[in-house]
Design a binder for this molecule. Sequence first.
Ligand SMILES: [Zn+2]
Ligand SMILES: [Zn+2]
Length: 343
Amino acid sequence: MKRLLVLLLASMMLFAFVACDDNTPTPAPHEHEFGEWTITKEATCTEEGVRTRTCKGCSETETEAIPAKGHNPDANGKCTACGKMIVSNGADFLKATMNEGEVIISLQDDITIDIAPWRDTNDKSVFGTASTTSIVVEGNGHTITFHNTDSDWNAIYTKNEDAVLTIKNATIDNSGYNADDGPWNSHDITFDCNVVLDNVTATNAIAIGKNAEIRNSRISDANCTQDAYMLWIQATGQTVTIENCIISGKSSTGNKNRAIKIADEYIDEPKAVTLNVSGTTFSSDSKAAVLVTNTAGATINWGEGNDISGVAADKVNAVWNDSARTDAIVKVSGCKVIQEPSA
Ligand SMILES: [Zn+2]
Ligand SMILES: [Zn+2]
């Protein structure tokens, strides 16, 4: 009986092969005979590819993943395949920025970058060269710690004033001089360059000196209990756009942390700031969602989807004007504005 079954199977298989050769539209059951694999999607450094093979008989296809190739950095850390700078520590990070044109840095680990005081004349921590046009940092979920080397004040800036620094998919933190228990200014991470933050979690307050786009990000500084603004905008005439963010000015003690300030302190010639906000949830211990003290004023475009119900001091007026006390210089659309109440 067993032998008969084997014979039967064998004859069926034979029939199947015959059917394949005949290229009949609906072949009888058969054992597939696959051809060579062909690559339908090439694997890259970081993404799997796909390969496919087809049965010679019935056009049945099989697909299989091809493992990602991994980066192949040269002696300078530049991947020979994708051109990204492959970086695993802070020293290599600074070195990697010193390329011309567009630089893409792919972080492989958490890194710490030494940051010098505000506009240190030694260019100790400057990013890029005069001909670096953009620096994109792919965080890959890692943490970038900006280490204040010797002062409360710190500045992250680019040698080329027009360059843009983009940080994606990362946590940013700071450490060093006074960072753990110092005043608000030692908590700030100060971007004195054009900056884009996308899917970034900032565990410290941020100060911005030039254009900024902040998307899908969270800014909070629960450890600072000394009057920090989560986003301090130095009024240099820039445009700041905030989309789909959480700005949480809540301290661990519930004491005085705030959301956004458009300020002219420490600036010789303040200029009007344009602020666009949408899809963003605010909370704070104190003050309004946005306080304007800039004597050169601001244009604030309050878009859809903002939530100020977690702002301690004012859940109605998103903007407090504390500047030259005239509505003429603070132009607001989409939300209510009032004069900051006297303390
Ligand atoms: Zn087949
Ligand atoms: Zn690569």
